[in-house]
Design a protein around this ligand. Structure first.
Ligand code: 6R9
Length: 665
């Protein structure tokens, strides 16, 4: 573990954020937008007057309860919260059936666009039939209420159907991103003790089929005794190995199942899903969310932050369902609100770099929610590409996943939003379940690069090392000061780790792990992680996890990983390794070592975790107590003058590293 130096220290500041507090451009909503907006400024005062009863009003208004609740927040066992605990409901009923029952069955729920150009549209009535069939099939495969289901799929309609079918029978799902390795999948299956794995033969990535089923087979060979069946969707028609008795085709068991199914009535606090995310140690954390509070905040934020008009908007969130953004803003938020949305299987540059904008034009997308890394990539490709498409249907743009630098924000608004649309920079986490800090598009005068204000109903602050709120103009750590409905209910199977990770740094306050500043107006600017978690293209990766992967290779004796600023991906993984003498790596060239170890990390964790660069060194900088000083390695990785090295046990180490790097590989 390393020091958690506050993000305010100059060497910790992500590049490009130095001038943030002098940013004085303002974008108030147009009077026309403000007049038609769902959320008005009076929401803040209403919510602040009595937070739990504000949320109870939202829960009653936005959701359908089969048994109404009488309790709101119970914080008596803090930091373990319950919300609306005596109420009962079903998430899939709220996301699908009630729209059909209320006469909205013909409305398109999903416009699916495959990477190869195949497309399908499913109405809410279609979705009700598909989800019911899948729920019946899962039940027939032995999955009952409370059993866990692992999902390892491309972004096809069946993935959404699978999540909803799980919700319908009360089987918590654990979606594992399709880009993760067999190793990563296996550890998640084991931790959640999943009974069923739902996958596909493969999906399309960059114009070619990319297999998924072999990774499931490999994961199951590692020993996953809880798994009884693997359910496989046919997508790419690749050949797949088959284990009789265990493996079943989706088209055999789901297509033939009955399309009549009664959603199971569940407690508000019944677990809806587990989603694994990187923490500061090597072992991913199974963040789990429950039903009533999560859905309340998912629906509330989706309606107010994006100003959703379900009858007329076409909404598109580009996230994969393997991330929390895909859970809350592809599946639960939009569907509970009865929205029409686009889902797209592939990459933004397949078959050409205008693919996203072509999709916006084709479906007349009016609300777009994406990540800064994608915006920066499009900036790099040039504005003449989006200029070839009609983007005039867009009326709200959102950003999530990492700090958005002001120039990317400006480009997004000007080039994609026609200098017309509000841009909402939304801060939240897997743990928070839904958006926490964001402008309201019809209320807030937006500042490029700032998430600005906690939403009505949310309480956040920036505190110093002693947990004192910093004054306007000051910097420190972002904390959440009051419980919120969609907060994580814990770490699956590890309540102690939940307390330690989030509630021990500042007693009574939720520690988010992000550095932040307050400007002179009291608006919040997020500055990136202060712990050992990196943010690469909006994806959380743990330094420790990648270090463990590296040292699991026979050539490697020791490894240290840092996140270095990267123009496109926000941060990039840079690794420093000490090779084991006589183990085979030592007589290879720098390039060979680099290739071998990068591939090894891809195999152990997944391609997103591949280091951009691997540097072979003789020593690593350590304090007297043996902690690696990643701050100094980050200076090297970012080609900066190396900072204060006086606490090193051996101060010549940095010279050695610098010398080693200047030698040709
Ligand atoms: C939703 C999501 C969470 C971490 C979070 C922070 C970073 C997310 C941000 C942002 C600055 C924003 N982050 N949104 N930083 N501005 N608008 O991304 O969840 O994958 O759990 O990551 O992402 O560092 O702590 P998750």
């Amino acid at each position: 573990m390393t020091d958690t130096t506050p993000a305010t220290e100059s060497s910790e500041k992500p590049a490009g954020l130095e001038n943030l507090l002098s940013e004085d451009r303002r974008f108030p909503p147009s009077p026309e937008f403000a007049a038609q907006a769902n959320a008005h400024g009076d929401l803040y005062a209403w919510a602040a007057a009595d937070r739990p009863s504000f949320w109870a009003d939202q829960a009653r208004e936005l959701l359908t309860w089969s048994t109404p609740f009488t309790q709101t927040l119970d914080w008596s066992k803090a930091p373990f919260a319950t919300w609306f605990a005596d109420g009962k409901l079903n998430a899939a009923y709220n996301a699908v059936d009630r729209h059909v029952e209320e006469g909205r069955g013909d409305r398109v729920a999903l416009h699916f666009e495959g990477e190869g150009g195949d497309s399908r549209s499913l109405t809410y009535a279609d979705l009700q039939r598909e989800v019911s069939k899948a729920a019946n099939a899962f039940t027939a495969l032995g999955v009952g209420t409370g059993d866990r289901v692992a999902i390892y799929m491309p972004l096809v309609p069946e993935a959404v159907v699978t999540m909803l079918a799980c919700a319908r029978i009360g089987a918590p799902h654990s979606v594992v991103f399709g880009g993760f390795s067999a190793e990563a999948l296996a550890s998640r299956i084991v931790d959640a003790e999943a009974k069923l794995v739902v996958t596909a033969d493969g999906g399309y990535r960059r114009g070619a089929p990319s297999a998924l089923k072999p990774a499931v087979d490999e994961a199951l060979e590692k020993g996953t005794p809880s798994v009884e069946h693997v359910l496989v969707v046919r997508r790419t028609e690749q050949d797949v190995a088959w284990t009789e008795g265990r493996d079943v085709w989706w088209h055999d068991v789901v297509d033939s199942a009955s399309d009549q199914h009664t959603p199971v009535e569940l407690d508000a606090e019944h677990p809806l899903f587990i989603l694994y995310t990187s923490g500061t140690t090597g072992k991913p954390k199974g963040i789990f969310h429950t039903t009533g509070g999560y859905l309340t905040q998912a629906a509330y934020t989706h309606r107010n932050v994006f100003d959703l008009k379900a009858e007329s908007d076409v909404y598109w969130c580009t996230a994969d369902i393997g991330w929390i953004t895909g859970h809350t803003y592809v599946v639960y938020g939009p569907l509970v609100n009865g929205a029409t949305q686009v889902i797209y299987e592939g990459t933004p540059d397949t078959p050409h770099r205008g693919r996203w904008w072509e999709i916006v034009q084709k479906y007349q997308v009016s609300i777009l929610y994406t990540a800064p890394t994608a915006i920066r990539t499009c900036m790099k490709w040039g504005e003449e590409i989006p200029a070839q498409f009609d983007l005039s249907s867009l009326r709200v743009l959102g950003s999530v996943g990492e700090p958005i630098n002001p120039e990317a924000w400006m480009w997004y608004r000007r080039v994609i939003g026609g200098d017309r649309t509000p841009v909402v920079d939304t801060w939240w986490q897997t743990e928070t379940g839904a958006i926490m800090i964001s402008p309201l598009p019809g209320v807030t005068a937006a500042k490029p690069g700032s998430a600005q204000v906690p939403l009505p109903g949310i309480a956040a602050d920036v505190v110093d090392d002693e947990a004192h709120p910093v004054p306007d103009g000051g910097g420190g750590y972002l904390v959440l000061t009051e419980p919120w409905p969609s907060m994580l209910r814990g770490i699956w199977g590890d309540p102690e780790r939940y307390k330690d990770t989030y509630w021990s740094r500042f007693p009574g306050l939720y520690f988010a792990g992000d550095g932040a500043k307050k400007d002179d107006d009291g608006d919040i600017w997020l500055l990136g992680r202060v712990d050992d978690v990196m943010n690469v293209s909006g994806h959380r990766l743990s330094t420790t996890e990648i270090e463990s992967a590296l040292v699991s290779h026979p050539w490697v004796a020791e490894a240290a990983v840092v996140g270095a600023t990267d123009e496109t991906t926000g941060q990039a993984v840079v690794a420093f390794v000490i090779l084991r003498g006589g183990a085979g790596g030592a007589d290879k060239s720098g390039d060979e070592v680099q290739t071998e170890l990068r591939n090894h990390v891809a195999k152990e964790i997944g391609p997103i975790a591949k280091p951009r660069q691997i540097l072979v060194v003789q020593e690593l900088p350590k304090t007297r107590s043996g902690k690696i000083m990643r701050r100094l390695l980050r200076d090297v990785a970012e080609h900066r003058q190396v900072g204060d090295a006086t606490t090193l046990a051996d101060s010549s180490v940095m010279d050695l590293i610098a010398q080693g790097l200047s030698k040709p590989a």
